[in-house]
Ligand binder design. Structure first.
Ligand SMILES: Cc1cc2nc3c(=O)[nH]c(=O)nc-3n(C[C@H](O)[C@H](O)[C@H](O)COP(=O)(O)OP(=O)(O)OC[C@H]3O[C@@H](n4cnc5c(N)ncnc54)[C@H](O)[C@@H]3O)c2cc1C
Length: 511
């Protein structure tokens, strides 16, 4: 398999969710390549986003208020400059997406309709088609991409490695698996927009392909990854009719925003529904561990209006025999969003020259220890715009052609099952040193040759070494928080040697 030679040297964007599609559009009319494992619009979390996109567009709102809410949720680990820039960009992002054809829901006077979600002090969640915001955004952007001749779309192309001049050296190309064959696409500018890691957990709201292959490729190329321990668990995934290893449908926080309550099998409330997500997830998890069942009850506040306001969630419930108008919805926490990722600066530049990242795969410092609901679509859009701007402003480098590096193949499914089991047992809502050490012992031998195991290992090492509880990371053996919030990052090499050191005492005892 050979790719057209005129594609060599163009910026290569990998991933076709909101971040990848918008980055390609913002680079135009300059030529670029958009490589995606699946046909445009058919894989990725973006198309599944329900609640909407946070932006201070209301008359009673301001970017400053949005900024303050984001900092509170981030629990001391946000980068204040990033928070300021991204929240300020909110209204312009909505205007830009509208210009690309996204049809946001509007009131009868034409103003944007806004919803409320937990830990937002104002109604600022801009949505489309009720609870189908992501699908509408991806529809419009994919159409715009297909109509833009400067964007060469390569579908069914999976990034398996990044070619560099030595470990951590400048980017020389993207190694793609196309039609089962590895090909090198020479480029000095590679933009990762490959999404999150929820697929590494048994219970997840993410598409199954969200196993961190982009993160692994960046790590193997020598990039620093930041805040990996911070995974957000959504408290209300639909816990009915679950199929092994299939994602759990999400029951959006917007449902609680409309007043639905969390109850157990006795009908008793046990938590504050609009507390930050990590707090609600832990409350639900503790209640489940105590032997209760947990339900989201929207009967009184929404009743028959549920199907109108949340048609997608209504359909998912009905497919599992639940009518939200008349029945409480069974729910449980599930891995939902990764605050950590490829460490990038304000322009989306990683620590590897020529390697950029935007969207969920990136760690920009916006979310800190905990993402404020609906800030991720905003971050994906703002990050994509920033990367495209930075690339357009930089001189065009000349890529050197190079032999294929010794790329790692995609995870085998039996290994993925092992990774999921280890991550779900040890790196879930509640963590402790013993559990994390057990997961590290399982994952370390697999990590050199398996991408899912490498990413899982790096998450567990970061979680092991954060001996405090903060945001989405809760250690039952260290429930307090350190006085000084510290942001951390690590490379794959550091993680592998740290993992070996962590499990060395147990190995010594066993021998
Ligand atoms: C059910 C659900 C509901 C959500 N609701 C909201 C919400 O209401 N508001 C909000 O702000 N956020 C929400 N989120 C989070 C948000 O959707 C994501 O953070 C965001 O869409 C990520 O966008 P992205 O472009 O970075 O990645 P994605 O949209 O996940 O796209 C990743 C792309 O990368 C491709 N890819 C991955 N690996 C490779 C590879 N190795 N080679 C080639 N291609 C690859 C995939 O095929 C896909 O095209 C939700 C998430 C889920 C799962």
């Amino acid at each position: 398999m050979t790719l057209p030679t005129d594609l060599a040297g163009r910026p290569v964007i990998v991933g076709a969710g909101l971040a990848g599609l918008l980055c390609a559009l913002r680079l135009s009319p300059a030529p670029c390549v958009l490589a995606s494992r699946a046909p445009l619009g058919t894989e990725g979390s973006s198309a599944w986003a329900q609640g909407g996109i946070a932006a201070a567009v209301g008359a009673d709102d301001s970017p400053a208020l949005h900024h303050d809410d984001t900092l509170v949720a981030g629990d001391g680990l946000c980068d204040p400059d990033t928070v300021r820039a991204v929240t300020a960009a909110g209204p312009e992002v909505i205007a830009l997406l509208s210009r690309y054809g996204v049809r946001f829901d509007r009131a009868s006077d034409g103003t944007l309709a806004t919803g409320l979600e937990a830990a937002h002090s104002r109604r600022r969640i801009v949505h489309a088609a009720g609870d189908a915001t992501g699908a509408e955004i991806v529809r419009a952007l994919a159409e715009a991409v297909r109509a833009t001749p400067s964007i060469a779309v390569i579908e069914r192309a999976c990034l398996v490695a990044i070619a560099t001049d030595g470990q951590g050296g400048p980017v020389r190309g993207a190694v793609l698996l196309v039609d089962g064959e590895r090909v090198l696409l020479p480029t000095a500018r590679l933009i990762l927009a490959t999404g999150g890691v929820g697929g590494l957990f048994r219970d997840t709201t993410n598409p199954p392909g969200a196993t961190g292959t982009g993160l692994a490729a960046a790590a193997r190329a020598g990039a620093r990854l930041g805040e990996l321990e911070f995974v957000q668990f959504h408290p209300t995934a639909l816990a009915a009719g679950a199929v092994a290893s299939a994602p759990l449908p999400l029951v959006s926080e917007a449902v609680r925003g409309e007043g639905a309550i969390l109850v157990d099998e006795t009908g008793a409330r046990f938590t504050e529904e609009l507390a930050p997500r990590d707090v609600v997830s832990r409350a639900v998890w503790h209640h489940l561990l105590a032997g209760h069942r947990v339900f989201l009850d929207a009967r009184t506040v929404l009743g028959s209006h549920f199907a109108v306001r949340f048609p997608g969630i209504d359909a998912a419930c009905r497919a599992r025999g639940i009518d939200p108008a008349t029945m409480p919805i069974p729910v449980r926490p599930a891995a939902h969003y990764h605050m950590g990722g490829v460490l990038v600066d304000a322009d989306g530049r990683s620590t590897v020259p020529g390697l950029y990242a935007c969207g969920e795969v990136a760690c920009t410092g916006l979310h800190g220890a905990n993402r404020l609901a609906s800030n991720s679509l905003l971050e994906a859009a703002a990050g994509a715009i920033a990367v495209a701007r930075a690339i357009a402003a930089a001189p065009v480098p000349v890529p050197a052609s190079r032999l294929l590096p010794d790329a790692v193949t995609a995870s085998r499914s039996d290994t993925l099952a092992t990774v999921r089991q280890a991550m779900s047992r040890s790196a879930g809502v509640l963590r402790d040193a013993a559990g994390l050490e057990a997961a590290i012992a399982t994952l370390l031998p697999l990590a050199p040759a398996d991408d899912a195991a490498l990413v899982g290992l790096m998450v567990c090492v970061a979680a092991h070494d954060r001996t405090e509880s903060r945001g989405g990371h809760f250690r039952t053996d260290h429930p307090g928080r350190d006085a000084l919030p510290i942001r951390r990052s690590l490379t794959a090499t550091e993680a592998l040697s740290r993992a070996a050191a962590i499990i060395a005492p147990a190995r010594k005892l066993a021998s």
